[in-house]
Design a protein around this ligand. Structure first.
Ligand SMILES: Nc1nc2c(ncn2[C@@H]2O[C@H](COP(=O)(O)OP(=O)(O)OP(=O)(O)O)[C@@H](O)[C@H]2O)c(=O)[nH]1
Ligand SMILES: [Mg+2]
Length: 729
């Protein structure tokens, strides 16, 4: 059977042995070599031409869009699967190659939901960079276990001409820094267990471009020294390739590492489910998820949607946590609250999606025939859905988009809907009344790529406006109780607004307190709030958490309230979406309903009465508590030759930036600075021009901070003018 078996048949056979599956991803700072690494693995598995593996100019097999080849960077996450043999047993490796550019980081967040382990790549020359930290945060938040691959070691040898001793010292430093990050970021019970170590082989190093890798246990087994690696570079190219293939084959070393140090789905789901699904762990569904039960109830999470440009067919890729996905199955979409039927079940044969009749739990796979959004939980009957897939950063740049030919307008709406599905990091606002359609993204490059794809892949001529910054509105201090009466005079609400406690806000932002309406008796959330110092009484008043804002019901014994509370919360959400200053969303505010007087007849207390009363009450409270505008601020690490230090700090100062840290390392300077996004339009090219192309900058974090008071009036007026808001709106 073995020599007749096709690669698809082999993958099919391996999908059913959960012990021997590893669901993994590459993750790293931009350009540290993830795609070259992935290409290498595919080549070794016989899934692409060997000679081109890792050679960018020849095209990466995972780059399915033209813009990726043109810009020599990954934009979309790519799924691939391959077989691997370790100690006489066969394994299935489901691998997702993720993008490194921060604008596409949402793809990393989503990929982490589908997998259990990740190869974190670090360039041996650059060392740990800001996004190394970001991807570790993304992984650890989902309880995805990391192993380390130190890449581009050829550069240490060829460019820096290190000795064996210096090479080991460099590795030791990278590993120590990496473990330090794990210690800082991981939950305490994981931090110690998940440290990587050279001795046990959870660290490997090599060159993805030159197709080799080694780990200390592998070197011991083959009797290879650090000196031998340096000597290998004295060989001529063909000889070196032969040596590498025989003594240090990348695929063998790193896939052995994955098999040995990364968990299979049975092990991983035991501790991951508690973090990503908040249903009852004692229920049948809970038990099926914890045990990755292929005979259990179906539970599939959609982490990525790809729409075929020609047929329009939507393929939903994701992770099957329980049950078996079968062609023709009738399924239930929990967010959509709709039934649907699975047309095809697909697995990845190399990069190519191919059809199978069924695939059991514990695999990364795709289905077609269902019309859902990314993040959907697909089951057989209604179930608690998985946690929302929340990206670390929020979109901060917006552009308007219009068609150049008016007759294309209906098509634009259709195309935007597809764009939003394929890339959930883009926010789309379609305003059919004003005809103004807005696209918000993570950065300038993100919007540029989307614009390009709308034109070339979707074939629609469009024009985009100048970049607009996304702001937030908040309250500066407690408003005190305000009173708001419904228009008919029959109902009165007594409410108050104030800022949320910083630590509660952080817990919401990081996802450790989930957003959404609270269930009855949410003991886990009460416990979390209590750990954060919130009194039991206040914790029990929490009703809804929406876009980083909290709604509390602190009323007592109001019999009629249960009949109107939903309308009150809906009315509150409307104002959270459109704040009083300039209709930008609210952030970090707490709303307390203290008391209410309600008319006995429900005719007099419908939503049409309640919404405006809540809105006016909130506007009044925000006014009393001092409504303020928050602007997005980014912290960047800027690296440039020392000679340019003065020009770089000058540029930062000219952009309302603040220096946080300046560090000189050799002939380079590393500058950390906080800069408002509003001033960063064109930043990449400004930096390039003042440093003659030698300065690079990478994003460390992003946050919203209060806009200086003296700028507020002006900013508010500009937003209101742009939105065409009248004085009373
Ligand atoms: N010298 C050297 N260059 C490498 C190595 N691995 C990758 N590169 C080069 O580094 C650049 C980026 O490689 P990619 O594989 O595209 O890196 P990536 O991490 O996938 O990049 P993004 O997905 O855009 O973040 C290319 O020019 C590669 O040829 C290596 O081991 N040694
Ligand atoms: Mg890449």
């Amino acid at each position: 059977m073995a020599d007749k078996e096709t690669s698809l048949q082999k993958i099919q056979r391996l999908t059913s042995n959960q012990h021997n599956i590893r669901n993994v991803a590459t993750s790293a700072h931009i350009h540290h070599g993830k795609t070259a690494f992935t290409d290498n693995l595919l080549a070794a598995a016989g899934m692409m031409a060997n000679k081109n593996a890792g050679d960018l100019e020849e095209g990466m097999s995972t780059w399915l869009h033209k813009d990726e080849q043109e810009r020599l960077m990954t934009v979309d996450a790519a799924n691939v699967s391959m077989g691997h043999e370790y100690e006489g047993k066969e394994y299935l490796i489901n691998l997702i190659d993720t993008p490194g550019h921060i604008d596409f980081g949402g793809n990393v967040t989503r990929a982490m939901r589908a997998i259990d382990g990740t190869f974190v790549l670090i360039c041996a020359v650059e060392g740990i960079m800001p996004q190394t930290e970001t991807v570790l945060k993304q992984a650890l938040r989902e309880r995805v276990k990391p192993v380390l691959f130190i890449n581009k070691v050829d550069r240490l040898i060829k460019e820096l001409k290190v000795t064996p001793q210096q090479m080991q010292e460099r590795f030791a430093k990278v590993i120590a820094d990496f473990n330090n990050l794990i210690l800082q970021i991981a939950e305490p019970e994981l931090a110690d267990k998940w440290r990587v170590s050279v001795a046990d082989g959870s660290v490997a190093f090599g060159s993805a471009r030159e197709n080799w890798a080694l780990s200390v246990p592998f070197m011991k087994k083959r009797n290879i020294s650090f000196g031998d690696i340096i000597k290998m570079y004295e060989l001529e190219e063909e000889k070196r390739k032969e040596w590498v293939w025989k003594n240090a084959p990348l695929h063998e070393v790193v896939l052995d590492m994955a098999v040995k140090h990364l968990p299979n789905p049975l092990e991983a789901q035991k501790y991951r489910i508690g973090r990503i699904w908040r249903g009852d762990s004692d229920s049948k569904m809970g038990q099926d998820l914890l045990t990755c039960n292929k005979n259990g109830e179906l539970a599939f999470v959609v982490t990525r949607i790809v729409i075929d440009p020609r047929s329009g067919k939507e393929v939903c890729a994701g992770r099957l946590y329980s049950g078996t996905m079968k062609t023709g199955m009738e399924i239930y979409c929990n967010n959509n609250k709709k039934k649907s039927r699975v047309q095809q079940v697909l697995v990845y044969n190399g990069v190519k999606p191919e059809q199978l009749d069924e695939v059991p739990a514990g695999n990364v796979l795709a289905i077609s025939g269902v019309n859902v959004e990314v993040g959907e939980t697909i089951t057989l009957t209604e179930q608690t859905p998985f946690e929302e897939l929340k990206h670390i950063f929020q979109p901060v740049i917006t552009k308007s988009i219009e068609v150049t030919k008016p007759q294309d307008l209906p098509k634009l709406i259709e195309v935007l809907r597809k764009v939003g599905k394929e890339d959930p990091s883009v926010k789309i606002e379609i305003n059919e009344e004003t005809g103004e359609n807005l696209l918000s993204g993570m950065g300038e490059l993100h919007l540029e790529i989307i614009e390009g794809r709308i034109k070339t892949e979707k074939g629609l001529e469009v024009k985009m406006g100048n970049p607009i910054i996304v702001y937030r509105e908040t309250i500066s201090k407690a408003s005190g109780e305000v009173e708001s009466r419904t228009g008919n005079g029959h109902n009165i609400f007594f409410l108050e607004m104030m800022p949320i406690e910083d630590n509660v806000y952080e817990a919401i932002e990081s996802g450790s307190i989930p957003e959404g309406r609270l269930k009855k008796k949410p003991e886990d959330i009460w416990k979390k709030l209590s750990d954060l110092g919130i009194s039991n009484e206040e914790a029990r008043a929490y009703r809804d958490i929406y876009k980083g804002n909290v709604f509390q019901d602190q009323t007592r014994g109001l019999v009629l309230l249960s009949e109107v509370i939903e309308s009150i919360i809906d009315g509150w959400r409307l104002v959270v979406d459109n704040g009083p200053l300039a209709k930008e969303p609210l952030m970090k505010t707490k709303f307390i309903l203290h008391d209410a007087k309600l008319h006995v007849d429900h005719m007099h207390r419908g939503p049409a009465q309640i919404y405006p009363a809540i809105r006016l009450g909130m506007f009044d409270a925000m006014n009393k508590g001092g409504a303020a505008v928050l602007e997005p601020i980014q912290t960047h690490l800027i690296e440039a030759p020392l000679d340019y230090m003065g020009s770089v700090t000058g540029l930062i100062a000219s952009k309302r930036g603040v220096l946080i840290d300046v560090d000189q390392k050799g002939i380079d300077v590393f500058i950390k600075a906080k800069i408002p996004v509003a001033e960063m339009i064109g930043w990449a090219s400004d930096l390039r021009s003042i440093t003659e192309g030698r300065g690079v900058s990478s994003l460390i974090t992003q946050e919203f901070k209060q806009l200086p008071r003296e700028l507020q009036e002006n900013v508010v007026r500009k937003i209101r003018d742009r939105k065409g808001l009248a004085a009373n709106q």
